[in-house]
Design a binder for this molecule. Structure first.
Ligand SMILES: *Cc1c(COP(=O)(O)O)cnc(C)c1O
Length: 229
């Protein structure tokens, strides 16, 4: 990982926050390490990064096993990819925050496994805002019922929403999706939910996402270079 890449990203993050009249500390960088080797994750930790995002449970387990918290104090893993029910038990053991809850069935299984181990599992609800894409996420009209269900599950703490817009060459084209997620959040808060976190923005569009209210940006290639896999 290039330290200059990290400082450039941090500068851009801070500037975007300030442009939007927000405090830079409100925005957390999630370093997306899918396909990135453990040696590079170690380097990223040394450079000051603490939160690592993975989209596959197995890959995250392998890396986390080699980066124990005793030696890497404060290291945290976030699941940013789709979660299958048969991986829920492992996911609850490993992830501090799961960004991708998108159905009542998945939420219920997460609750069951978290309750067993006495864990309060922090989660975000993933929303699908682009029907033409084959993406995961709850449909807009299913959001409030899903939030209502999750609220009944005592071992889950829902902290916000996540989305992944379609890819555009021009990051400005992603802006309406980010704005939409914030508006959905605001609407849900009027219904009594508390959803401070908005996980949105990746390497190509994190500045726009921060201008629209992102609190967690998920950045891979801008930090670690192009993925081979
Ligand atoms: C891979 C991935 C990212 C990071 O994408 P980059 O363009 O490499 O920054 C962010 N979020 C999710 C859900 C991903 O799968």
């Amino acid at each position: 990982m290039r330290e200059e890449a990290l400082s450039a990203i941090r500068r851009k993050m801070d500037a975007a926050a300030v442009r939007a009249g927000r405090r830079p500390e409100e925005v957390t960088l999630v370093a997306v390490t899918k396909t990135v080797g453990v040696a590079m994750v170690r380097e990223a930790f040394r450079a000051g990064l603490r939160i690592f995002g993975e989209n596959r449970v197995q890959e995250a387990r392998e890396k986390a096993g080699q980066l124990p918290e005793e030696e890497y104090p404060g290291i945290r893993w976030h699941l940013i990819g789709h979660l299958q029910k048969n991986k829920v038990k492992q996911a609850v053991q490993l992830f501090d925050l799961i960004h991708s809850v998108d159905s009542p069935g998945l939420a219920e299984e997460l609750h069951r496994q978290a309750e067993r181990t006495g864990k309060m599992q922090r989660v975000l609800v993933q929303v699908k805002l682009s029907p033409e894409e084959t993406k995961h996420g709850a449909a807009e009209q299913d959001l409030l019922p899903l939030l209502g269900r999750v609220r009944q599950l005592g071992a889950l703490k829902v902290e916000g929403l996540m989305t992944m817009p379609p890819f555009f060459d021009d990051p400005e084209k992603a802006r309406p999706y980010f704005r939409k997620l914030r508006e959905l959040r605001d609407r849900a808060e009027k219904e009594g939910f508390r959803l401070p976190e908005l996980s949105m923005g990746m390497s190509d569009d994190f500045e726009v996402a921060i201008e629209e209210g992102a609190t967690l940006v998920r950045i891979g290639t801008a930090l670690f270079g192009e993925r081979s896999g």
